[in-house]
Design a protein around this ligand. Structure first.
Ligand code: ADP
Ligand code: MG
Length: 367
């Protein structure tokens, strides 16, 4: 089921009573979520992710704009009639009910021709329990399960009515690091097996990158970019997106373009054909540096950290706007670590330029 948001906006009265203007939690969202895909809704805390999800689920009413599930305009449809499955950060299971009772709970209120027999409900519960691999815990209570298992029960409960859309709001935040990794693989598998259109909210860029078919990057209620994870990383549309994705983060500099050359401090470090003269923000991905004795970029060397296959070089440069420059190279290309300087040449497609006023990307020709 594809989901279409048309000029969707949500304003809240400011929680700070002294401020008269409304908070624009979601600002004119206009995009289409393709059928059967897993979409990561990514952005820092407070950027409007939950509000977006809550409008799609029907828990929150938009200030303006429309929401479609396929051809169906669901904007005025109550949450319980939308056919969405919801999973939140806190598993929200009924503590006094068994796993099985928790899972069949949503089926028990079905009315009219949708009403199910106990046998049919149990069969359906067994089916989804198998899918999320909790079949052996059906008679336990939630308190007898780990956090990861509880979250699987919550997912099973969300799937039991065969939702048109599955909505997950930071579902892994309460899990420890190991379970978080494992459960996100599980969610990916469950999504593939069911083929249900899924929107997964997270503030963790690595989580979004690893799990999503498409990522929607948000900031301050506005859509920054919607693309495949690799495209968002390789080809960010603006400075915010470039900085938000990637570990280690992109290295940033204040640069200057003169005569189609990029200057960092006094040195021309890269040809940038087609870019007009003026100051620019510069981002260089950690993998964009090549140690090169004759390279145009000279940095002061702080540390060389060998991490098996890769080596991380920590250095500084007068034009940088980060605390330190981190470059990642293959260990076999490790430079001499005894000196106090290191020189690099740059991979042009790993160097990104941005307008200093709009922070939009400035493209140049790569030969
Ligand atoms: P996220 O899920 O990305 O952390 P939210 O969607 O929860 O962000 O919130 C977006 C913005 O809307 C925030 O500034 C938040 O304070 C504000 N907001 C959310 N819900 C309400 C509400 N019920 N009343 C007033 N402001 C709200
Ligand atoms: Mg939230």
């Amino acid at each position: 089921m594809k989901v279409i948001l048309k000029n969707l906006t949500k304003k809240f009265p400011n929680r700070n009573k002294k401020i008269k203007e409304d908070v624009v939690a979601v600002d004119n969202f206009d995009f289409e979520i393709p059928d059967g895909k897993l979409i990561g809704l990514l952005g820092p805390s407070g950027c409007g992710k939950s509000t977006t999800l809550n409008m799609i689920s029907g828990l929150e009413k938009p200030t303006s704009g429309r929401i479609f599930f396929g051809e169906d305009d669901v904007t005025d449809l109550p949450a319980e009639h939308r056919g969405v499955g919801l999973v939140f950060q806190n598993y929200a299971l009924y503590p006094h009910l068994t796993v099985r009772q928790n899972i069949i709970f949503p089926l028990q209120n079905l009315k009219g021709d949708k009403k199910m027999t106990m046998d049919a409900m149990n069969q359906k519960a067994d089916e989804v329990a198998k899918l999320v691999q909790i079949g052996e815990y059906m008679d336990r209570r939630p308190s007898e399960l780990s956090g990861g298992q509880q979250q699987r029960v919550a997912i099973a409960r969300a799937l039991v009515k065969t939702p048109r859309v599955l909505l997950l709001d930071e579902p892994l935040s309460n899990l420890d690091a190991r379970l978080r990794l494992q459960t996100r693989e599980e969610i990916k598998r469950i999504q593939r097996e069911t083929g249900v259109t899924t929107i997964f909210v997270t503030h963790d860029q690595e989580e979004a990158m690893s799990i999503s078919d498409m990522i929607v990057v948000m900031k301050d209620g506005r859509l920054m970019q919607m693309d495949k994870p690799q495209t968002v990383y390789d080809d960010p549309k603006n400075f915010f997106v470039a900085k938000f994705l990637g570990t280690p983060a992109i290295n940033t500099f204040d640069g200057e373009v003169k005569g189609e050359k990029l200057y960092l401090g006094d040195s021309a470090v890269l040809n940038v054909p087609g870019v007009k003269d003026g100051p620019v923000y510069v981002g260089i991905r950690p993998e964009g540096f090549i140690p090169d004795e004759n390279g145009p970029m000279e940095c002061d060397l702080s540390a060389v950290e060998v991490m098996g296959r890769d080596t991380s070089i920590v250095s500084t440069h007068p034009a940088m706007t980060v605390v330190a420059i981190r470059s990642i190279i293959l260990s076999e290309n490790r430079p001499d670590a005894t000196g106090n300087k290191v020189r690099f040449s740059l991979k042009p497609y790993k160097v990104l330029l941005f307008d200093k006023t709009t922070e939009e990307r400035i493209y140049f020709d790569i030969k």
